[in-house]
Design a protein around this ligand. Structure first.
Ligand code: PEP
Ligand code: MG
Length: 533
C-alpha cells in the first residue's frame, strides 16, 4: 500500500476500482530483409492480420461510423497489393512492407486537393496501427471497450481518447501529464468522473488489476490498499454520495443572493447528451456548447445537415439560452481527419477563430447550421480567441452573409440572434470597452485567460503551481471585463473552470458577474454558495 498526495486538484468525487494502464505499445516495424523462399510465409502473415483486423472492425462498426470507414480501407486490395509487392520485389519482411506501404498511401492522400480525401490519411495510419499491432502480437488499448468499473491511468489522454469513455464504467482517471484546466480534465469533469492530473511517476507504481482508491477533491491516491483503508474509502464514497443528495435538495431554489441579485447558473457541454445530464441540476441555460467535440467525434468535417441536426436537437432540449461557441480547434485539440502543421507553440498558434476565418467555407457551413437551428430555440453565437475588433467584425460579417443567403433561400432563422465573444486573451481585456460596443455579450474564458495573462501553459505540470486564476492580475482582468461590459449594458458571464469553483463565488459575485457556466457536476456547489451570500 502506498499513499500519494497530489497538490493541485480540480474535480470532486471518490473512486475505488481496479486500475487499467492505458499505454501505447511500440509499433515500429522490426527491421529485417527476407530470404528468397520466405515471401509466401510473410504474405500469409499479412493475410492473417488483415482477416483478424477486418473481423475486429466489423464488430466495432455498430458503435461508431469511424470504424465503417476504417473497414473499407482495411479491405482495400491496393493496400494488400502494395504490401505484397514490397515483400516479393523488395524482400522486406511483412512489418517493414506494411510500414512503408501505409506511409506511401497516407502521403498520397495528403497531397490530394479535395479536403475529404486529404483527411483520409489519418484513417490510413490508424489502420496501419491496427495491422501492425496484430503482426506484432500486441494489444491496442481501447478506452471505449471498458465494460467493468475501472480507474484509467495514462501518461496523458487527448480529447479524442476521452470522448470514447463511458462514465458508467470509467470511475476515475489518473494522468502523469496535464494540468487542471487541460481539456482532458474538463471533459472528465463534464462526465462527472473524478480525475487527478499531473501525477508524476504514477504509472510505475501501478500494475493492471491493482485496486486503487482516489479522492479527487483532496488529491489523494492509495495504491493496493489494506482492508481498513479500503473500507475507509468505500465509506467516504458513500458519504460523498449522501452529500450529493443533500445538495440536490437545493436545486428547486433559483440562485438569488441574499441581496436579491438573480445569478444565472448554466452548464458547459460538448453535445446533446451533456445537456440531458445537466438538465436535472435545474440549470438556467447552456453558457458554453463546445462545438469542437462534434468535429472531433467525426471522420470528416461535419456537413451543414449533420451539424444542423445536432444544434437543433440541443436547442429543443433546453428552453433557455443555448450559447454555441464556433469551432475552437487547435492547441491541444486535433482532428483525426485533418493534418495540422506542426507548430512550436500550438496554444499561440493556428487555433479557434483564426482557423475559422482562414477556412471561410468551413466556417460558413457551421454558421449556416447554427443559424438554421436558431429557428428552434434561443441560440446565441459565441466566437473564441478574439484579439481584435476587426476579427470580431469579420466573424459577424460572415454570419450576416450566411443570414442573407438563408433569407434568399427562404430558410428560417432568428434574425435577432445575439453574437458575443469569449474574453480569453489579454488583448480582449485591454480592448474590453471597444469590444463591449460591438459584442452582444461577453463570456470570460479563464482557462486561456489565465495561461495567456500569466504566461503559464495550462497543461504543463511542472509549472502547475503557478497556474492560478486567483492571481491578482487575473482577478483585475475579470473586474475590468465586467466593468466594461456593464458600462455598455451587456451581460457578462464566465465559462472557464473558475466559474465552477465554489471558492471563487464570493469574489466573482462582488465583481458583478451575471452568469456562471460550468461543468454540470459543479452547479449544485455553486448554487449553495450563491444562496449563502
Ligand atoms: C476557456 O479558455 O476558459 C474556455 C472556456 O475555453 P476552452 O477551455 O475550451 O479553451
Ligand atoms: Mg479557451
Amino acid at each position: 500500500m502506498e499513499k500519494i498526495s497530489v497538490e493541485k486538484t480540480a474535480s470532486r468525487g471518490i473512486a475505488v476500482a481496479k486500475v487499467l494502464k492505458y499505454l501505447q505499445p511500440d509499433l515500429t516495424a522490426s527491421a529485417g530483409m527476407i530470404a528468397d523462399g520466405q515471401a509466401e510465409e510473410e504474405k500469409g502473415k499479412f493475410a492473417a492480420a488483415k482477416a483478424a483486423v477486418m473481423k475486429e472492425l466489423e464488430a466495432l462498426t455498430s458503435k461508431n461510423e469511424i470504424f465503417a470507414a476504417h473497414l473499407e480501407i482495411a479491405g482495400d486490395f491496393a493496400l494488400q497489393d502494395g504490401v505484397e509487392a514490397k515483400i516479393s520485389d523488395e524482400h522486406k519482411n511483412v512489418q517493414l512492407a506494411l510500414q512503408d506501404t501505409i506511409e506511401e498511401f497516407a502521403a498520397l492522400f495528403e497531397v490530394m486537393d479535395d479536403d475529404y480525401m486529404r483527411e483520409r490519411a489519418a484513417d490510413v495510419r490508424d489502420i496501419g496501427k491496427r495491422l501492425m499491432a496484430e503482426l506484432k502480437g500486441v494489444t491496442l488499448p481501447d478506452l471505449g471497450s471498458i465494460r467493468t468499473e475501472t480507474i484509467v491511468a495514462a501518461k496523458d489522454l487527448y480529447p479524442s481518447d476521452t470522448v470514447q469513455i463511458d462514465p458508467q464504467f470509467v470511475k476515475g482517471i489518473l494522468t502523469e501529464e496535464g494540468g487542471v484546466t487541460s481539456h482532458v480534465s474538463i471533459l472528465a469533469k463534464s462526465m462527472n468522473i473524478p480525475i487527478l492530473v499531473g501525477v508524476s511517476g504514477i504509472l510505475s507504481k501501478l500494475t493492471d488489476g491493482m485496486t486503487v482508491c482516489m479522492d479527487a477533491g483532496k488529491g489523494i491516491i492509495v495504491t493496493d490498499p489494506d482492508d481498513a483503508t479500503l473500507a475507509e474509502y468505500q465509506a467516504a464514497r458513500e458519504a460523498y454520495e449522501k452529500e450529493c443528495e443533500r445538495l440536490k435538495s437545493l436545486r428547486d431554489k433559483p440562485a438569488v443572493t441574499k441581496e436579491g441579485k438573480r445569478i444565472f447558473l448554466c452548464a458547459n457541454v460538448g453535445n446533446a447528451e451533456g445537456i440531458k445530464q445537466a438538465l436535472p441540476m435545474n440549470i438556467d441555460g447552456v453558457g458554453l456548447f463546445r462545438s469542437e467535440f462534434l468535429y472531433m467525434e467525426n471522420t470528416h468535417f461535419p456537413t451543414e445537415e449533420e451539424q444542423f441536426a445536432v444544434y437543433k436537437e440541443a436547442a429543443e432540449l433546453i428552453p433557455q439560452e443555448l450559447t454555441i461557441r464556433t469551432l475552437d480547434i487547435g492547441g491541444d485539440k486535433s482532428l483525426s481527419y485533418f493534418t495540422f502543421e506542426e507548430e512550436e507553440n500550438p496554444f499561440l498558434g493556428w487555433r479557434a477563430i483564426r482557423i475559422s476565418l482562414d477556412m471561410k467555407d468551413m466556417f460558413k457551413t457551421q454558421l449556416r447550421a447554427i443559424l438554421r437551428a436558431s429557428a428552434y430555440g434561443k441560440i446565441r453565437i459565441m466566437f473564441p480567441m478574439i484579439i481584435s475588433v476587426e476579427e470580431l467584425r469579420q466573424a459577424k460579417e460572415i454570419t450576416r452573409e450566411c443570414m442573407r443567403e438563408l433569407s434568399a433561400e427562404q430558410i428560417p432563422y432568428d434574425e435577432k440572434i445575439e453574437m458575443g465573444m469569449m474574453m480569453e486573451t489579454p488583448a480582449s481585456v485591454l480592448l474590453a470597452e471597444e469590444f463591449a460596443k460591438e459584442a452582444d455579450f461577453f463570456s470570460i474564458g479563464t482557462n486561456d485567460l489565465t495561461q495567456y495573462l500569466l504566461a503559464v501553459d495550462r497543461g504543463n505540470k511542472k509549472i502547475a503551481d503557478r497556474y492560478d486564476y486567483f492571481h491578482p492580475a487575473v482577478i483585475k482582468a475579470i473586474g475590468e471585463i465586467i466593468r466594461a461590459g456593464h458600462q455598455e449594458g451587456i451581460k457578462v458571464g464566465m465559462c472557464g473552470e473558475m466559474a465552477g469553483d465554489a471558492r471563487a463565488v464570493p469574489q466573482l459575485l462582488k465583481l458583478g458577474l451575471d452568469e456562471f457556466s460550468m461543468s454540470a457536476g459543479s452547479v449544485d456547489y455553486v448554487r449553495e454558495q450563491v444562496l449563502q451570500l
